[in-house]
Ligand binder design. Structure first.
Ligand code: HEM
Length: 473
């Protein structure tokens, strides 16, 4: 009986505590809304539509830059029905992505989540995200990826050799094929050709459907993409089954996903594994391909710089030819000019121009209220193109990276808890591709049309049409 009363009284006090906590949280929110804080400046545009048409009828960067000029580094707007706060200062980006990251959750349209897979790490926050992220990071540590150099070289060389036999190609489409093959290598190690072809075929359908209107009716691109996604999962399950049957142990990303157990000894489900594999492929392919395409454009437009990069790469190529060895990890770490060209290309092109979060509660930032449920967008590109942080920001000048940028002003790979865990893999494959391209081949841009396309990442118009030919030094 005493036990019953003890339980009843403790439950009563526990409920009281919960009510008090809820009331105090509400009061805090109300106080913030009523008194000190005002919404950031800016225009919410038309009811529901907001400023969607203004954003989509022009280059989004022009939209963001004109807003920043008018309202400053923090401003509000409404896009696709969502109220948003845009942040164009390094401090604000740090506040959202690093110091107050738990107050801002990742947010993606449900249709995209369905296509990639809801268990992919970038849709999550908290324990599950932390758990998977550690796994992804350890699979793409420099110590792990340095072992991939000979295979990445092989992929780069066969891509270049096939390009040299082709007429005009879209550089971006070819770089996508290269980045996909490297992604497959990092995820599965050496994979049977038939599996690779199945993954490639179905992933391409998913990729196409990603940018279409998400109408799930037979015949639509989105529906085809969902069907292809199912087949991708089946192929991944087949590969897993075969590995288990033959007791194949590997240290690639799939090997890490299969081995991991949480503190209760539970392994990941097939869904979690498939979603994270498709997620990593998705995060890796277009970003890397877009970056490589921009580098080729910038080098083509700056012939003097290209000659200097050639000198750097030629020295390594000649040393390796003399000593009959292939590219080493040490050499990829010692390409200072090529490395600065990559950094400057990442800054200029700012492939991920901004990212999205959603406020999980009312948040105060510098006297402004960011209401619960509002989307929050740190604008990386605006920071990378602000003359306060990068002098003459529209000039392509790799030498600016001879000194480190000011803290939090250079975030091509994001920042904080969701920062890119694949940045080393991205850089090494770009360096390897450039090494072989520049030492043995030449490329000519065809057409010379200027301008940017979004698909959804920015790429040069028409994917940079070009010819590639073998070149003897
Ligand atoms: C030049 C190429 C790349 C660029 C510019 C890039 C950029 C980024 C950025 C800005 C983010 C953070 C997004 C956010 O905060 O919302 C991110 C996240 C991510 N990236 Fe990359 N990325 C690149 C290549 C890769 C590669 C090769 C991989 C493959 C391993 C990869 C895997 C990921 C993953 C899994 C995330 C989500 C991390 C998380 O949510 O914790 N990325 N990337």
């Amino acid at each position: 009986m005493a036990g019953f009363w003890f339980l009843a009284i403790s439950s009563f006090f526990f409920c009281l505590l919960l009510v008090r906590m809820a009331v105090s949280k509400n009061n805090k929110r109300k106080k913030m809304r009523d008194s000190r804080c005002k919404l950031p400046p800016g225009s919410m545009g038309w009811p529901y539509l907001g400023e969607t048409l203004q954003l989509y009828s022009q280059d989004p960067n022009v939209f963001f830059t004109s807003k920043q000029k008018r309202y400053g580094e923090i401003f509000k707007t409404r896009i696709l029905g969502y109220p948003c706060v845009m942040l164009a200062s390094p401090e604000a980006a740090r506040f959202v992505l690093v110091t107050h990251a738990r107050m801002f959750k990742p947010t993606y349209p449900k249709s995209k989540e369905r296509l990639i897979g809801p268990s992919a790490l970038f849709f999550h926050q908290g324990d599950y995200h932390f758990y998977i992220r550690k796994l992804v990071q350890s699979s793409f540590f420099p110590e792990t990826i340095r072992k991939l150099i000979p295979d990445i070289e092989h992929i780069a060389l066969s891509s270049l050799q096939s390009l040299a036999n082709m007429p005009i190609v879209s550089t971006y489409q070819e770089m996508k094929k290269f980045a996909f093959d490297v992604g497959i290598l990092a995820i599965f190690g050496h994979l049977e050709c038939s599996y690779k072809e199945m993954l490639k075929h179905n992933y391409n359908i998913v990729d196409k459907g990603y940018n279409f209107f998400p109408m799930n009716l037979p015949g639509t691109s989105y529906h085809r993409a969902l069907m292809a996604r199912k087949r991708l999962k089946t192929t991944v399950s087949e590969i897993i089954r075969e590995r288990r049957e033959k007791s194949i142990l590997k240290t690639d990303f799939l090997g890490h996903l299969l081995d991991v157990k949480d503190d209760k000894g539970r392994v990941l489900t097939q869904e979690q594994i498939a979603d994270n594999i498709i997620g990593v492929l998705f995060a890796a392919q277009d970003t890397t391909a877009s970056c490589l395409t921009w580098i080729l454009k910038y080098l083509h437009d700056n012939q003097k710089l290209l000659e200097a990069v050639k000198d750097e790469q030629r020295a390594i190529y000649e040393e390796n030819s003399r000593e009959k060895k292939s590219l080493t990890w040490g050499q990829t770490r010692n390409m200072p000019l090529t490395h600065k060209v990559i950094l400057e290309s990442l800054r200029m092109a700012s492939i991920i121009s901004f990212t999205f979060r959603e406020a999980v509660d009312d948040v105060e930032y510098k006297g402004y209220l960011i209401p619960k449920g509002w989307k929050v967008m740190p604008l990386f590109r605006n920071i990378h193109h602000n003359p306060k942080y990068f002098s003459n920001p529209e000039v392509f000048d790799p030498s600016r990276f001879e000194v480190n940028p000011k803290p939090n002003t250079f975030m091509p790979f994001g920042s904080g808890v969701h920062a890119c865990p694949g940045n080393e893999l991205a850089k090494i494959q770009i360096l390897i591709y450039l090494h072989h391209l520049i030492s043995k081949f030449r490329w000519e841009v065809v057409g010379g049309e200027e301008g940017i396309e979004y698909g959804p990442f920015p790429i040069p118009r028409n994917g940079l049409l070009a010819t590639f030919r073998q070149h003897s030094l």
